[in-house]
Design a protein around this ligand. Structure first.
Ligand code: GTP
Ligand code: MG
Length: 312
């Protein structure tokens, strides 16, 4: 289950209970009492899938699979339907390369530079705190760079997390974000650190100058280490539903995203959007946030995720 010792199936299950209720109930509702899966029932199923944030493309794939498998078979239980839908989702997640053995500790070159970006309030700083804590616990020498110089409170917030995790932080008041990033990477290189986690300010993907700032951060990192950043994580709020696809597109244009972190999956009914974004962009989800605590970040394991929604 990856490198997080805190992997917890029950946490994932609890977190995804609203998503599970929404998806499974609405699918069951669409087909219950229907002796035949005629086009009206399939239309209704299609509508429910769209409402569950699967997106048009995934919904098409599911409806095609349902047509092929279920319409022709004699037994048409809702269990069979759910298992067909789950199979499509397994394929979609497999195609992204998301797997439970992904290991953030793997260090191709030292220091490993991990850049974290996303819109305002997505959960970047919290996630960095959780990642720092986990990497530190695994014995890695970790430094976090306070690349969010936009809000005065941002530095304090990251500092609190760095303290909690017991890792070094590099911060500079009122500085240009890329200069903080430069200093952090340089510090890590000079002092033989294993991993650098870089926090960035939340930004609207529609703000061109802020997206340019991200590109500048990447350029600055490359000046010091041409192969870096080694991971570029886009943090997406699991509650955003449809809006996540546009964020994905715009951030990916600025810096190529290597992995996704979906936060706040606890308590949202929009967990289906994770499937939508996986299907559309084929970028692996690496971690999911299931709470605000330091231990509430889990390695993404597609099988556990789908079991939590659809049952085993
Ligand atoms: N329930 C829940 N809350 C979360 C999770 N991740 C983050 N949060 C909360 O979301 C809020 C915003 O988190 P931050 O980490 O400050 O988000 P950010 O992306 O750094 O925000 P900006 O820097 O302002 O753009 C905080 O209240 C966090 O506690 C999660 O997985 N579950
Ligand atoms: Mg922040």
């Amino acid at each position: 289950m990856g490198f997080f010792g805190n992997f917890s199936l029950s946490k994932i299950k609890d977190g995804l209970s609203k998503t599970r209720d929404k998806i499974v109930n609405s699918i069951t509702e669409a087909v219950t009492g229907k002796a035949v899966l005629d086009s009206t029932t399939l239309d209704s199923l299609e509508e429910k899938l769209i409402q569950s944030d699967f997106g048009a493309e995934t919904t098409d794939r599911i409806i095609t699979a349902v047509r092929e498998k279920i319409v022709r078979s004699k037994t048409r239980t809702s269990e069979e339907l759910i298992s067909t839908i789950k199979d499509v989702c397994i394929k979609i997640l497999d195609e992204t390369g998301a797997d439970s053995i992904y290991d953030l500790r793997a260090i191709e070159s030292k220091p490993k530079i991990i850049l974290v970006m996303g819109v305002n309030g997505a959960g970047k700083t919290t996630t960095i705190g959780k990642l720092a804590n986990n990497l530190k616990k695994e014995g890695l020498k970790v430094v976090v760079g306070a690349g969010d110089t936009f809000r005065a409170a941002a530095n304090n917030q990251l500092e609190v997390w760095a303290d909690r995790a017991g890792v070094k932080i590099i911060q500079k008041e009122k500085a240009d974000p890329s200069s903080v990033v430069f200093e952090t990477v340089e510090f890590a290189m000079k002092n033989n650190y294993d991993a650098v986690l870089i926090d960035t300010a939340g930004r609207l993907h529609t703000k061109t100058e802020l997206m340019e700032e991200l590109k500048k951060i990447e350029r600055v990192i490359k000046k010091l280490i041409p192969s870096a950043p080694h991971e570029v994580f886009l943090v997406l709020d699991g509650n955003s539903g449809q809006n996540t696809t546009i964020q994905m597109e715009e951030f990916n244009k600025a810096i190529k995203v290597s992995g996704l972190i979906i936060t706040k999956l606890d308590g949202t009914a929009k967990g289906g959007s994770l499937i939508q974004i996986s299907s559309k962009y084929k970028i692996p989800v690496r971690f999911i946030g299931v709470g605000e605590g330091i231990d509430d970040l889990q390695n993404f394991d597609s099988v556990s995720y789908l079991n939590a929604i659809f049952g085993n």
